[in-house]
Design a protein around this ligand. Structure first.
Ligand code: AMP
Length: 538
């Protein structure tokens, strides 16, 4: 796949495919939210991304500069992503649901110079624009003409750009994709990858997702998250596979129609979506012919055994659970075709990956006791750093292992079983959410004095967000205040961070150094024992 030491992701996913004779093959079948269809060949992808690389170059974007996409799923997202990589810019992708504070934290931290968005999202950006001093241009995909000297029309820029672009030879360590991930403390951290990740994204697309060049693949992940770029763009296109991308959201009937009509052969989705499908009337699946679908893969949260049994029983398909995270860039542990599935287990490591279960004192656990899930450093798609935060990076690396933040155990045959997180990060519907970020946003509401946020088990979402708030003396808790708090979190962060329940308490438990004791809140919520509370503030 790597020719002449050229590791450039944008180049390999487009130009190389054309050089391999796939120029006329459909790379992307685009389905609008209303299911209108538009096909783009590899040669179309190559031309559009080359033009976009020229657009950025004209705006004086240099290799290493940061560029962000803030778009719903739409074809321009893919052209911009690949074009910016061709130019060797660093590409960050923002989840289209993000509110202004979430955008500010990411675009501001990265010092991004250009962002591409759509008219409807401009208001969010304009509210924080004066706090983004490095941001020079905003490109608007649906503006017919330039709006001002620095708010520019995508169409005009593309019309004026050439579609000739020679991608410079890109060494493996050249920075490429930037995704922000939430921790239990502090602001989200920018996980920076390098072009070499394509090696592992491609090999796992083949060996774990089981794709062959003739497949038609559909990955439902948003491009704002790592699955949406590693497997919704890079892996499949690096091996010339046709991908279907759908601009609409969850709708069981439409999803089954897409699987049937588009003859999807491999489908990559998430447990929450699969659990939602499971709840639909059984009569629904009977109406569709899924003969083309070979198997389903799943990622993002634990896959319950019931979902695997349901898929076998009702649609006669196997679901392969896969595990990875933003920092790993590609699948590390997984079930896959040809391997016995142990329902509830994440499977076996991918080729070349050496996980270990390590106790808090640093000893490697060899029996089936749970511990920290770690990975021996040096896999090809390993992130290079947390942008502007090398101390956190260093703290996650110990004795040659990267600590993933998850806990797991390994059975006698080497299968890994997910146990949970070793920190307070909440996983709701496959989105990692920081309790700290939500707490900080909650106390911006004038009536709220203190806030503590936890994740509680949920049958559909895996975890749901529960907020405990104490109010200032003059304030009273009411339905209106609850709505106001919810709306504030939705606008500032995103709807996935919005608490499912807001519980008013006299005070939020803290330890003697003032740290919120989320463990105590969780025990209170679940009616379980809070363990040692000797450090609780009086
Ligand atoms: P992210 O970095 O946002 O992609 O989230 C990665 C995290 O999601 C992992 O560290 C896990 O906590 C969780 N996760 C991803 N895949 C799985 C899986 N197959 N089973 C259980 N948890 C998963």
């Amino acid at each position: 796949m790597i020719i002449d030491h050229q590791y450039n992701i944008g180049h390999i996913c487009t130009t190389t495919q054309c050089e391999n004779g796939l120029g006329d093959k459909v790379a992307m079948r685009w389905l609008s939210p209303h299911l209108e269809q538009c096909d783009y060949t590899f040669s179309d992808l190559d031309r559009h991304s080359a033009r976009f690389a020229n657009v950025l170059r004209k705006l004086d974007i240099k290799p290493g500069d940061v560029f962000f996409t803030f778009l719903p799923r739409m074809p321009e997202q893919f052209f911009a992503f690949l074009g910016a990589l061709k130019l060797q810019a660093i590409v960050g992708t923002l989840f289209s649901n993000f509110g202004e504070e979430a955008i500010l934290d990411r675009v501001g931290d990265a010092g991004a110079r250009v962002i591409i968005t759509k008219k409807g999202f401009l208001k969010k950006i304009s509210r924080i624009r004066d706090r983004l001093p490095a941001l020079r241009f905003i490109i608007v995909v649906d503006a017919d003409d330039h709006v001002s000297a620095d708010i520019l029309s995508y169409q005009r820029l593309m019309d004026e750009a050439s579609d000739e672009f020679i991608t410079a030879r890109t060494p493996p360590e050249t920075p490429s994709v930037l995704h922000y991930t939430s921790g239990s403390t502090g602001k989200p951290k920018g996980v920076l990858h390098a072009h070499r990740s394509i090696l592992m994204q491609r090999s796992t697309t083949e060996s774990i997702l089981g794709l062959t060049p003739d497949d038609i693949f559909w990955c439902t992940a948003d491009q704002g998250w790592v699955t949406g770029t590693s497997y919704g763009i890079i892996g499949p296109w690096s091996m010339g596979v046709t991908q279907v991308h759908f601009g609409g959201g969850y709708n069981a009937e439409e999803w089954f129609r897409i699987l049937q009509d588009q003859k999807i052969s491999v489908w990559y989705s998430a447990p929450t979506a699969l659990r939602m499908l499971m709840r639909e009337d059984a009569e629904l699946y009977a109406r569709f012919d899924l003969a083309s679908l070979r198997h389903i893969c799943s990622v993002g949260e634990p896959l319950n055994p019931e979902v695997i049994h349901w898929a076998r029983r009702t649609i006669g398909k196997e679901i392969y659970d896969t595990w990875f995270q933003t920092e790993t860039g590609a699948i590390m542990i997984a079930n896959r075709p040809g391997l016995e599935i142990r329902p509830g287990s994440m499977g076996l490591p991918a080729a070349g990956i050496e996980p270990a279960i390590i106790a808090d004192d640093g000893t490697i656990i060899l029996d089936q006791t749970p511990g920290n899930l770690c990975l021996k450093v040096g896999w090809p798609s390993m992130f290079t750093t947390y942008l502007n935060n090398s101390s956190v990076y260093d703290s996650r690396m110990k004795a040659g292992y990267y600590y993933t933040g998850d806990t797991a155990c390994r059975d006698a045959d080497g299968y890994y079983w997910f146990q949970g997180r070793s920190d307070d990060v909440i996983n709701t519907a496959g989105h990692l959410i920081s309790p700290f970020e939500i707490e900080s946003t909650l106390i911006e509401v004038p009536e709220v004095a203190e806030a503590g946020v936890i994740g509680a088990p949920d049958e559909l979402l895996y975890e749901k967000v529960i907020a405990f708030v104490s109010l200032h003396r003059q304030a009273t808790f009411s339905r209106e205040l609850e709505l106001k708090i919810r709306l504030h979190v939705t606008n500032k962060l995103s709807s996935v961070a919005t608490p499912h329940e807001i519980i008013c308490v006299d005070s939020v438990p803290k330890n003697k150094s003032g740290k919120i004791m989320r463990r105590v809140l969780k025990a209170r919520y679940l009616g379980t024992d809070a363990g040692d509370i000797s450090t609780l503030e009086d």
